[in-house]
Ligand binder design. Sequence first.
Ligand code: HEC
Ligand code: HEC
Ligand code: HEC
Length: 158
Amino acid sequence: MRKTAWLIMIVAAVGLIGGVKAFSGAAAPEDMCVPMGKIVLKAPDGVQSKRSAVEFPHARHFDIACITCHHTWGLTEPIAGCMTSGCHDLAEIAKPKPGQPRDDGTDITYFRAAYHKLCINCHKEAKIKSLALQKALKTSSKPMPKTGPTSCSECHPK
Ligand code: HEC
Ligand code: HEC
Ligand code: HEC
């Protein structure tokens, strides 16, 4: 008798979970696929790349809050790519608006400016903090935590 009661409870529980999943649809956050390995970041279609594509070790960045990079993510919907239309999908430096000075390459609707600002700024700041800490602790002999690449060829091998 007891065994059947347990069985009924388990079946009911599984049914409930299945039901909730079916209800919430394919884009449910519990179904989200998170790339763990290297994501290859490349220029949008139509751009003649001068540099090789960047191999970005995604999971190596998981001690940083997801929304530092996925800054439009509301935590419930699927994550939008960086080059979603109207975000950072401009293939070349923005044309100057009439009467305005030429963009100096820092307008982040341009994909390269967006990536360089996000990626390089953090690595630079991390390096500065690490060096300051190293100085304060006088631990120059001990290896400090890695801070990410800041030179061209470390991200673009070619
Ligand atoms: C240092 C920046 C950074 C951090 C932190 C980060 N991601 Fe990402 N993530 C990226 C980039 C860049 C891409 C590639 C986006 C693209 O292709 O446009 C990406 C792609 C993704 C994708 C695939 C999106 C797609 O277009 O299919 C998912 C899902 C994702 N990240 C989840 C996460 C989660 C969850 C976290 C936190 C645990 C996280 N990310 C932390 C930078 C980051
Ligand atoms: C908010 C800070 C932050 C942002 C944003 C960030 N990184 Fe990093 N990155 C780090 C830190 C810290 C490390 C060192 C972590 C480690 O190696 O364990 C790192 C490591 C790396 C490495 C590994 C280098 C090696 O030793 O193999 C690469 C490549 C890299 N980052 C590329 C990128 C790219 C490309 C982006 C932009 C899409 C990016 N990072 C954005 C903080 C950041
Ligand atoms: C932290 C990593 C990182 C560093 C350091 C870095 N870049 Fe980039 N760069 C990227 C990412 C990510 C993109 C966007 C994806 C792509 O186009 O490969 C990009 C795009 C570009 C592009 C536009 C696409 C192309 O290939 O024509 C150029 C040019 C470029 N970078 C040159 C440089 C130069 C020059 C330096 C050194 C002054 C540099 N990058 C340093 C990550 C980096």
